[in-house]
Design a protein. Structure first.
Length: 101
């Protein structure tokens, strides 16, 4: 498997879709202060613990603050055979609405 990067304007079409898991890789505090709607929070440091636990048919979309960590995460989890996309520029490049928890 491989991974692609997507632009922030493309993520809108994935929000709320079945078989898509949007994963916020920032820490819990950053996630609670505002995240892409529907995203789940798995800090990058904890991601390896979840590495092989996602349904294989799902698309995983990773994002972080600026996009660097999500690229690392995509590379790390490719070994499990997932279809992965990384949000180019991270949350800082996203201009849509944010949910707060």
């Amino acid at each position: 498997m491989s991974f692609d990067t997507i632009r922030t304007n493309e993520i809108i079409k994935y929000i709320g879709k079945q078989n898509v898991i949007i994963i916020d890789l920032r820490d819990r505090h950053e996630y609670n202060s505002g995240h892409i709607p529907g995203a789940v929070n798995i800090p990058y440091e904890d991601l390896e613990n979840h590495g092989n636990q996602f349904p294989k048919g799902n698309l995983l979309i990773f994002y972080c603050d600026r996009g660097n960590i999500s690229l690392l995460a995509a590379r790390d989890l490719m070994k499990y055979g997932y279809n992965i996309k990384s949000l180019y520029g991270g949350l800082r490049a996203y201009h849509g609405t944010l949910d707060k928890s």
